[in-house]
Design a protein around this ligand. Structure first.
Ligand SMILES: Nc1ncnc2c1ncn2[C@@H]1O[C@H](COP(=O)(O)OP(=O)(O)OP(=O)(O)O)[C@@H](O)[C@H]1O
Length: 315
């Protein structure tokens, strides 16, 4: 894709202390974030966390009650006319005209752009070429979803907001969309997407922000979050009632050591080859045979559960 390439290191998206209330509900309760060009930001969070409200404020559909939002250096509430041609927006749940045919709809959107992508190429890439003459209301949910994505991208935006871009897609279509989003980044486009799918965030995002009850509860690269959340565990079985104090002393307070049930031992903390050597040397020193050794790593999903008390994947 031959999209815009940003010529600046300035963030293309910046939120400072953004608050949005609906009556007594604080949908977004003081969010700060920024995104550089050619980066992908994933907003993760359970239902009602404030993801859609956050991106709708960035898109200029609703104004924040407090705080500041800068999108490509513009205020989305007051500079909407200047901003609209430069951003791509894919709303949750599609948003097409029921009677319009697929190809027709994409060509109309393309005609509004100064330098659009080739609609036929986009239809082909997203597997919609055969449905080009099908009215929007007759498309399957996944096809509607892909057409909405095509409409968001056809104008060669500099920044794209995608609200759950792969919701309801089968694994093959999901991968096509992932590849397309990845190619946007290669062409210098910045992408903000919301998702409930941890694997989607891990596969695509440079940065992940986890929202809960309108607040950021964790932020970082997927790798950082995995490391932060992924406390590791080693379990082994051996004779019951071993005196763990010497192992505890050897591990110098860096790990928790416990006999969880007779003969079942659990060591929690940072996992390293040295840790496994320490445990086996300790057993060998007492002439105790380990009968089972298991290494477990807690996932980003477990970390999310710890932070929010709720499962990530609900669909
Ligand atoms: N127009 C509105 N009027 C009243 N309350 C709203 C409105 N829009 C959002 N809310 C409330 O704000 C909170 C955040 O909603 P939002 O849609 O931003 O969450 P979300 O993280 O996108 O959720 P989901 O994953 O279900 O799409 C929710 O409690 C929601 O009910």
């Amino acid at each position: 894709m031959n999209a815009y390439r940003a010529h600046t290191d300035q963030p293309c998206l910046q939120l400072k202390g953004v608050v949005k209330r609906f009556g007594n509900t604080t949908a977004v309760g003081g969010v700060d974030l920024q995104l550089a060009p050619a980066r992908i930001l994933a907003l993760l969070g359970p239902n009602g966390a404030g993801k859609t409200t956050t991106i709708e404020m960035c898109e200029g559909f609703t104004a924040p009650d407090e705080g500041e939002i800068s999108v490509l250096g513009l205020n989305p509430s007051t500079d909407a006319d200047a901003l609209r041609p430069r951003i791509g927006v894919m709303l949750q749940g599609g948003g097409g005209y029921p009677g319009a045919r697929t190809g027709e709809m994409l060509r109309v959107v393309a005609a509004c752009a100064l330098d659009p992508l080739d609609p036929e190429w986009l239809l082909q890439t997203l597997g919609l070429a055969d449905a080009s003459r099908t009215p929007f209301k007759r498309l399957s949910g996944g096809q509607q979803q892909r057409l909405s994505l095509a409409c968001a991208l056809v104008g060669r935006p500099e920044l794209v907001f995608l609200d759950e871009p792969t919701a309801g897609l089968d694994p093959q279509a999901r991968h096509v969309v992932w590849e397309l989003i990845d190619s946007l980044r290669r062409d210098g486009v910045a992408v903000v997407l919301t998702t409930h799918l941890m694997d989607e965030a891990e596969a695509l995002a440079d940065e992940v922000v986890i929202l809960d009850h309108g607040r950021i509860v964790a932020a970082g690269s997927p790798g950082e979050l995995v490391r932060r959340g992924a406390e590791q565990q080693v379990r082994f079985t051996a004779l019951p009632g071993l005196d763990l104090s010497t192992l505890q002393a050897t591990l110098a307070g860096t790990h928790r050591v416990d006999e969880t049930s007779p003969g079942s031992y659990l060591i929690e903390g940072h996992l390293s080859p040295q840790l496994l050597t320490t445990i086996s040397t300790w057993c060998a020193g007492m002439n105790v045979l380990m009968t089972e050794l298991q290494v477990e790593q807690r996932s980003l999903e477990d970390y999310f559960l710890d932070l929010t008390g709720r499962e990530m994947s609900y669909r």
